[in-house]
Design a protein around this ligand. Sequence first.
Ligand SMILES: Nc1ncnc2c1ncn2[C@@H]1O[C@H](COP(=O)(O)OP(=O)(O)OP(=O)(O)O)[C@@H](O)[C@H]1O
Ligand SMILES: [Mg+2]
Length: 236
Amino acid sequence: MNMIEAKGVTRTFTLGEVQVKALQGIDLDVRKGEFLVILGPSGSGKTTLLNCLGGIDTPNSGSIVVEGKDIGGFKEKKLSGYRRNTVGWIFQFFNLIPSLTAAENVALTLEMARDRKDMMKRAREALDLVGIPDKANMFPSQLSGGEQQRVAIARALVKNPKIVLADEPTGNLDWVTGTKIANLMRDINKREGTTFVVVSHDISITGVADRVIHLRDGRISDREEAAPEAKKVMRE
Ligand SMILES: Nc1ncnc2c1ncn2[C@@H]1O[C@H](COP(=O)(O)OP(=O)(O)OP(=O)(O)O)[C@@H](O)[C@H]1O
Ligand SMILES: [Mg+2]
């Protein structure tokens, strides 16, 4: 069963007289529980595609159907519910709030209506899931890059989203740490059944993917391409 079905998605940005065709007709199905990696060079449209899939940006044409529902037809309230509850985001720059501890950063994502004790409990469980339960009371400046990315992953997962959209999740990490983060996301994908769409230009992430596709100039090229070299590197 497909979690996401995108058909003919285009997105053009107009900058004065110039039109930038960021997405030029994307057809993409993502299976439920799949770990999909989309590789593409800088400017190929990766972030734009994620923003459209996550309901942050609206395509100029085409449709995005999630669990059988066209998100283009959602009214604002439903769309914001989709953004907040169905989707979990992992950003390239961890986007942690420096004045909040790791646990508070994770808890912040939860509805403010919940009571604080319950929010912090769930935040701690999420930090446990990503392997840093002992860092709950640390501030981002006291954490390594890899630990900050774990906090960002915990934040994406704390609401049990069906889909995680990750933008260059290993882009700011050294290779060893990046590989650990890739494996962590894969473990969570397997354990929780969460669908992952990861965009990157870092081929080391392809080693954990169910499927790798390539984005170039806003178009998908060579679909279903395996990445044997990267898999080999990952095992060494
Ligand atoms: N808000 C915007 N206004 C104008 N142009 C934009 C906007 N967002 C993206 N673009 C343009 O669309 C194209 C695709 O951008 P996008 O950010 O999706 O690329 P990317 O693949 O994520 O690149 P990177 O790897 O550098 O993050 C680029 O040419 C970019 O300049
Ligand atoms: Mg980008």
